[in-house]
Write a new protein. Sequence first.
Length: 246
Amino acid sequence: MSELICEIKEDIARIVLNRPERLNAFDEKLANLWKETNQRIASDSSVKAVVLSGNGPSFCAGGDVKGMSQLPDGREVTRLARIIHEGTIALITSDKPVVAAVHGANAGGGLGIMLAADYVIADPKSRFAGKYSAIGLTPDLGVSTLVARVVGQTRAFKLLLKEDFIDATTALDWGLISEISDNSLEEAQKLATEWSKNAFAFGQAKRLVRAGFYRSQADSFSDEAETIGKSFDTDAAKMRIGAFIR
């Protein structure tokens, strides 16, 4: 069976990491599937929202350390990281809102994969840690920027410079995740369905927020002005504005 499953149904793409025996840790095969799938979804106008999850006991343990240990040198590690990065960037910069349903112990690059999503729903028993220092490595898969962006520098250092796991309640308090649910995958699917009903507004809101971190305030303001005008002309906006003013 494929290490990554992607199904598109009723305008929603569901991406499932599927290496349960390795806690969905990324090897070269999964890295390439991640890149190819996300680039395809990003360019598919029929996809209105994305649900990201993982099979097995954990959502994602980051990179496959056992497989990595067999690589000849650091250049190969860099090459592999860049493949995964391309897949993550495709998802982040797309206009598809992404919700992740996470569970189990999530560590290292798994945090970066998780934060490729715009909204994270975690099982109450989920745990999160950096763990790079435990194997003498440095952050990858966007962890050094994405984690700091959502939790702040001080808490990012606490995750990356200590090896302790934090629980779901702490992760929620820090802003690392968006909510906690006993039925995280079910709730994620419901949320994606709601997004798909007003795809332009939700998708562009996601795009505007993500893009704002990489450009000037003036450019963001200009983009906002252009985009709200376009959204005003959509059928969804006309219907909702009409209902609002009645």
